[in-house]
Every structure is written in C-alpha cells, then in structure tokens.
Design a protein around this ligand. Sequence first.
Ligand code: BG6
Length: 486
Amino acid sequence: MSFDLVLFGGTGDLAWRKLMPALFQSFRHGTLPEGGRIIGVGRDNLSHDQYRELIKSRFDSVEGAKRPNAEEFARFAALLEFQRMDLSMPGDYATLAATLTERNADSVVMYVATAPGLFTTVCEQLAAAGLNTDKTRIVLEKPLGHDLASNRAINETVRRCFKENQVFRIDHYLGKPSVQNLFALRFGNALFEPLWKREHIANIQITIAEDLGVEKRGAFYENTGALRDMVQNHALQLLCAIGMEPPINSHADAIRDEKLKVLRSLKPWTAETLSQHVIRGQYSAGKSGSSKVPGYREELGVSPDSQTETFVALRTEIANWRWAGVPFYIRTGKRLAGRDAHIVVNFHQTPHPIFNAPVGAANRLVINLQPKDGLELHLLAQAQGNRSRSASQSLAPVQLDLDFDKRFGSERVGAYERLLLDVLDGRLNLFVRSDEQEEAWRWVEPIIEHWKNDAAGPRPYVAGTWGPSASSAMIARDGYCWSEES
Ligand code: BG6
C-alpha cells in the first residue's frame, strides 16, 4: 500500500525531535509500509537534497544504536522530499495537490505539526484544494485550542472539512507502551476487576513528574502552563484508562465511548473545591541532579513576573456507582525531583488488625509508566529472620515486582512510532475523539477562570523538589500522602 505523508511543520521542533526519528525507526525495522514518500512542508526555500541534509544533521547528534549508519540513512533519505509552502496561500495547496495527484498513492496522511493557530487554515485550504478525499487522513497535534470555545471552533472547522473517521487527534501518552499495558492490565486479566471499585479502593494517585524545565519552549509555555499542557490531555487520559468501564470490544468507538463517560462523570467544580482542591505552583531556581538550574521566570522567553503554572496538583472524583467518594489525585510538573510517571491504586487496609504491622505500607498496586514500565504489588508478609519472641506477630512490607524491560527487553516501539503506524493503518483506538476533547476542556475551564481572578498566583517551589508543600497538605487533609512520602 503506497502512501504520501505530508508533514506540515516539516522543519519544526516536533518533526526534528520526534517524528523523523520515529519514522526512521519504523523504516529500519521494516514496519513502514513500502512505497512511501514523506514530504516535509515549510516556509524555507529548500531543495529535496537540502532537506535531506537538514534531517541528516538531526541524526548526527543521536548517540548509540538509534543512530543510522550512512547507508541506512541514504535509503531512508530517498523517501524524503521538501515542498516550500506559505500556509495561507491557496496557490501553494494547488501545487501540493498537483504533486500528490501525479503519484496517486493509495493513502495520504496530512500531519499538521504547526503552531495551533494554523490548524483551521490548513484544514480549510486542504478541503478547498480537494485534498480531503476518502483516502486522506489528517493528524492534529495537541494542544487543540486554548479553551473550550477555541477547541470547539477548531473541531467545527475540522468537521466541515473531514469526516470524524479521517481525523487522528494525537495524545502521545496513549501511544506509550506503558499506557497500552494499563488497558491490558485491566481488561486482559480478570484478577483486578472485581476489586476495581469504591468498596475496595481508598484512593488513586496519578503522577507525571518531569525533571526538565521548559527548555527552549518558554514562549509557547507562557501561554499554555501545566494545566493545558499536561492535565487537560495526558493526565485525564490516564484517569480515563483507570476509571472507565470495560468496553464491549476493542474497537475505537467502544473505547472512546467509555472514556467519554468518565469525563462526563467528573465531579463539577464548586467555589470551595476550586480553592481547596487545586494547587498551582511555579519553579524557582534550584537543582536538577547535581547541576544548578534557573527558576522559571529566568527562562528564555518567559516574563520576569510570569503567573504561568509549571505545577498542578488536584483532587477530583468520578461521580458514578463504581467510584463515588473515591478521591483521584492528579499531580504533574516541570523541574520536579525526577522523571517519574506512575499511578498508585491504594486499596483499603484490613478492617481489623490482628498483627503488628506497619500502617499504610501495603494493599497497594503501583503502575509504573516511565522512565521504566512495570507493576509493583505491595503486600505484607511475615517478617523473616527475627528470633525475638514478639516477631511471630510481626509483618513486614514486601513487593511483587514485574519489570517489563526484563520480561520483554528494553527495545520498545516508541509512542510516535506506534501512533504513526496506526495512522497509516487507519486505526483510531489510540486517538482522541472530538467529544472527549471538548468534555476535558469543559472540565478544566472553571479552573482557568478561577485562576484568572485569583491574585495569589502560583506558589513557588524549589526546582528539584516535589512541588509546593500545599500539594502534600491538600492530600493530607483526606488522611493520605503522596507515594514518595509513605
Ligand atoms: C508534551 C508536553 O505533550 O509532553 C511537554 O507538551 C512535556 O511539555 C511532554 O514535556 C512530556 O512527554 P513525555 O513523553 O516526555 O513524558
């Protein structure tokens, strides 16, 4: 099956960091369908060869086994072409149409990795140039909008130009092997499902911590912040995967229907929960490992009195029969103590203690998402090797550990590689439907509004820590603590 993949933003950051490496890995492993062409689109006046050289320079900085050798790169480069386009000029789409018609590939993927402000223009112009036929698929990167109204406006334009089954809205967290494992854990095994409910679960904690700061994306991040960048999409998708009902099958809409129901069941915000259950923070100068790092306000492209949050912790509930009353805590931030994404499912403790056992150390399932993925089941066992008389009544914390690297090897299909292959195959399971996205915006919008009127601004936290202390205080009010504090 031949394909043309048109990459709008072909010289941009995402193409450079994620998409080209993913396409190359797929090419190298023989999973990229044969007969492909990748057309990078940008404003520069580059020849095909100059574009190939530009992409090659990206791979020159890659170290280790992921770096292509010269012969491999030459074969990959033969798929690459470049087309100069001004995305507001209809004539440039006509030229693109001529390039695509000439080859008449079986499928055409339009990957829109541009600034979000250009999404609607690109969709409208593609449709006007007749580039929205049934063999076309369009891929839209996040963030899709800035709030509910802008998200709806984009989705309305997209709907006018394409059918929903042609639209692939990317949330790259859904492409991570560890997130697919989460679906496998819940719906491929019968063991946990009977326990997966309010009667047995005390609380759930979702943490996506990054040790990096905003790097060179200060100007973008200033208008985005952690709530829009991570919570509205990645964290809520994880919450859906934990909270959803089993879908009736593994088809895209069956899965997306169930995720949508979770988003619709999130407890609406009140003035009280907005002030008590949402904490925002911003990093100040501190450390990353052993190196000193600047505060957010000193980063390139960031205003010295910026009010943008680089950290969010919040508490919510899914108001349905399965979950009523169970707190779901979400926490994400930049420049935290490490790169660590995990979900903790804290089951209830035994109703009546008959042993001498540490409190809170067990009855816990930890789903590790990154940097390594795996499962830890924390239990209590009879303490061994202690000859004192009282030891026969003492329990010690132990853990059953499943490390997916050890089990399956560390060579995994990366998130973008997986998602790009799914687009080429027309598989929508790991992509977000417009109604899910709108519902997620509807839920975060009261937080955005609340912050607009909250003069206190984000709470400072020192780079290299776990965020402002108010985040621990919030969860402590329920009698719990974050996983690293237990
Ligand atoms: C992106 C955000 O969606 O996800 C970035 O825009 C963030 O700010 C990144 O750093 C995190 O992704 P990952 O895969 O490194 O956890």
